[in-house]
Write a protein that binds this ligand. Sequence first.
Ligand code: SF4
Ligand code: SF4
Length: 105
Amino acid sequence: MKPQLQNEKERLCLSCMKCCREVIVYTHPVLYSCPAEMLVEFYQARGFSVTRLKEDAIILSFKHDCQHLTPAGCDIYDQRPEACRDYSGIEDFGDECLWSQLKKK
Ligand code: SF4
Ligand code: SF4
């Protein structure tokens, strides 16, 4: 990513931090050898938000504050993992990922 774009992403991410508070997981009933309905029920009963896609693929979303998230933001921001640095929440969060606004321009 070009430095200017990286800087802009950082600016947007610092005012968002959504993916530091919410986790999205993709899964499929074939991994558990059980019907999709059972998997959906299992996770819904535990408070997950569950979306069922085509071919029974399932998206789980749940609130989870990263251990490094503080009221002042990420406490290791300058040394945050590369996965955090490069992660784009667009596929997971759509327009709720502020970075998506810039990518659309
Ligand atoms: S959801 Fe998007 S804009 Fe928000 S912190 Fe994550 S990558 Fe950055
Ligand atoms: S390490 Fe920092 S940037 Fe990465 S998820 Fe945690 S709070 Fe967010």
